[in-house]
Design a protein around this ligand. Sequence first.
Ligand SMILES: Cc1ncc(COP(=O)(O)O)c(C=O)c1O
Length: 446
Amino acid sequence: MSSNPGAAGSAAELNLDAYWMPFTGNRAFKKSPRMIDRAEGMYFYTPDGRKVLDAIAGLWCVNAGHCHPAIVAAIQQQAATLDYATAFQIGHPKVFELAERVVGMAPEGVDHAFFVNSGSEAVDTALKMALAYQRLKGEGARTRLIGRERGYHGVGFGGISVGGIVANRKMFGAMLAGVDHLPHTHDLAHNAFSRGLPDWGAHLADELERLVTLHDASTIAAVIVEPIAGSTGVLMPPQGYLQRLREICDKHGIVLIFDEVITGFGRTGEPFAAQSFGVTPDLITCAKGLTSGAIPMGGVLATKEIYDTFMTGPENMIEFFHGYTYSGHPMAVAAGLAALDVYAAEGLFQRVTELAPVWEDAIHSLKGLPHVIDLRNYGLVGAVELEPVPGAPMKRAMDVFAGCWEEGVLIRTTGDNIALSPPFVIDESQIAQIVDTIGRVLKKTA
Ligand SMILES: Cc1ncc(COP(=O)(O)O)c(C=O)c1O
C-alpha cells in the first residue's frame, strides 16, 4: 500500500517503497508524492486529471513539446521494424543518416558524431576522446582535465570530477586525479539583472592562463565548460568570455569541450550555443533535445582534426576502444531523426529567436517582487534567483516550486534559483502564465 494513500489519485494503490528515486528527497516525496501519468504538447496531466504547464521541457529536453505525433509515429514504426541492432562492427542505415544530419547542423569544422545514451555518457566519452587524442598526437603527458566551479557535467566519475557542484562530489572519494577548476562566472555585485549576456567577467577566462602557469600546458589535455551553466542556476557566459577561453586553448594546444547537453538543439535559437556565441569548440557533448527527450540518446560531436587523428594505424584495428551496447540504438535514432524533422518543419529554432524578447521581458517583469535578487535570460532559458532563507538554503525555492505545482505550473529549482526552459512550442499566453504564477506564489510565500 502507498505510504500516503489517496495523495496521488489513481496511483493511490501503488507501493512507492521499492523505487529509489534519483536526485530526489525520497522520504519527503513518498509522504507527499507528485505524480504525472500523461503528457501532450505543453502540458503534463496528473492521475487525478490536473493539467500542469511544463515550464522546463521535462528536464530541458522536450523541445518539440510532449508526445509529438510525428516522433511517436517514428518510434512506433521503428519498434516494429528493427528493435535493436548490434552496435559494434555492424551498422544500420539510419544511424549514419542521423550523424550526417546532426553534424550538418553543427558549427563548421565539427564533422563527426559518436552516439551514446545520455549526457553523462557524452561527457565521459568526450573526456576520454580528448585524452586519447592528445596521446595519439604524441602528447601523452597531457592528462590533466580542467572544469569549472558550479559546472554540471552529469554523474559519471569523469563528469563529477570536472564538475563543480559540491553535493555531487563530496560523497564519492577522490574521483579522477589531476583535475583543476576555473572559477565560475556568476557575480551579482557586477551583473545582477543583466538582460542576455552580462557585460562584466570576460577576464575570468584568463584564470586559465594562471592554471597553465601553475601546471604547465604540457600536462593539460582539455577544458570543459557549459556555454550556459544550467544546473547551478542558469549562469550566462559574460560577453567575450568563451572567445577568450578559445584563444587560450588554441595558444596552448588544449582541447576545448562545450557541454551542450542543455543548450544543444535550439535552446539559444541556433542549433548549438557555440553558434549563438560565435565560438567553435573541438568537441561538443549533446543529449536531451537530440530526441526531444522521447528516447534516451546523447552524442559527442568532434572536429575533423580530432577524428582524423584517430583514423591511423592498421585499418582492421579498432581506433577508439569505447562504446556502449546501446550506442546508436535504432529507436533512439528514429526519435532523433523525427525530432530534427519536427524542428525544421515547424521552424522551432526560429521560434525560439522570435519568442526570446517576449520571454526576456516576461522574466524581467519579476524584478521588485519579494526575495528576487537576480533575473537572467537568453534564448528560451530563464532564471529567477531568490534570497535564501537564513540558515535554510534551498527552502525558499522549494516552497515556490511546491506552490507553482499546486497552481498548475512545473518549474525547476537548483539551490535558491528557479530555472526555466520551456518547450519551444510555448505561446505568449503560456509565458505569461508562468511568470504570473511565479509572481503570485512569491508574494504568497513572502
Ligand atoms: C550540462 C549537462 N551535462 C550533462 C548532463 C547529464 O545528462 P544526463 O542526465 O542525461 O546524464 C546534464 C543534465 O542535465 C547537463 O545539464
